[in-house]
Design a protein around this ligand. Structure first.
Ligand code: SAH
Length: 257
């Protein structure tokens, strides 16, 4: 049997996809990343399912459960927080499964980045402001390539979403101010979509102190960029998509006389 890697979503148990939930309901074995996945989501699993929290397990232990389960014809679900494509460490698991000749399928999820944008009531890309979003992190136990230093990414002045870094927020904002102006809007969203969600808003030059005062040092995203405080009522140029004069595959242009 193949292994299903599923994005569990950011926390709210309704933010898993229909497809992900259906698979979770069928699973005989569930391995979930207990450090970040909201355990409430396990309510969708069968009572008889064998549930493992991977937080205290090594890669070898995880793979062994997958291998044994798959050999015995069990449906195995591996739940990761948010979306599977971002900082999920699924690649190393897929590599082991490939080596073992075990098939797998990925069912994506709603990233915490999307949940944070929703909590902030913002769109990451706005006409005339920025059309680019950078997802990144500061180096921790995992290195970040030299060419992706925060200070050089900052030079683009795009929207930036910074994962896994709130514990080093002072260092983050110091680096970012080498590219963004110090009065650029910044926000930290703690536990986006959870009951405990908190939002801290500020500027690059004062957000670090605010976050320290709130004692937030994990499960949070740092978001930076002009889209945070853009006055959407004043954006002169609307997106082309809904512009009356703009024709595309689904709609003819209206020619104003
Ligand atoms: N794959 C996940 C990210 C995993 S890395 C995703 O798509 O969201 C773990 C980091 O994600 C955390 O350190 C934190 O920066 C962020 N994160 C995960 N869940 C979060 C949440 N509900 N609210 C805010 N940040 C979150």
């Amino acid at each position: 049997m193949k292994i299903y890697f599923i994005g569990a979503g950011p926390g709210d148990t309704e933010l898993i996809t229909v497809k992900g939930k259906k698979m979770l309901e069928k699973a005989d074995i569930v391995i979930y990343a207990g450090s970040l996945v909201n355990p409430e989501i396990l309510k969708y699993a069968k009572k008889a399912a064998n549930v493992f929290d991977s937080a205290s397990m090594s890669l070898d232990e995880i793979i062994k459960i997958m291998k044994d389960g798959s050999k015995n014809g069990k449906i195995i679900v591996r739940l990761h927080t948010g979306d599977t494509s971002l900082y999920s460490a699924i690649a190393e698991q897929m590599a082991e499964l490939k080596r073992e000749g075990i098939g797998f399928e990925i069912i994506p999820g709603v990233s915490s980045a999307s949940a944070a944008a929703a909590a902030l009531n913002i769109e990451f890309t706005l006409p005339e402001i920025t059309q680019t979003v950078i997802y990144t992190r500061i180096a921790g136990r995992t290195d970040v390539p030299e060419a992706e230093k925060l200070s050089s990414l900052a030079s683009h002045n795009a929207t930036m979403v910074i994962f896994l870094s709130v514990q080093k927020i002072k260092e983050v904002v110091d680096e970012l101010q080498k590219g963004y102006s110090p009065d650029t809007a910044a926000a930290v969203v703690y536990k986006a979509s959870w009951k405990e969600e908190r939002i801290i808003k500020g500027l690059l030059n004062n957000i670090a102190d605010k976050v320290k005062d709130e004692k937030i040092n994990k499960t949070a995203l740092i978001i930076v960029g002009k889209v945070l405080d853009a006055d959407i009522l004043k954006i002169a140029k609307r997106s082309k998509l809904y512009d009356k004069g703009f024709e595309h595959g689904y709609r003819k242009a209206v020619i104003e006389k």
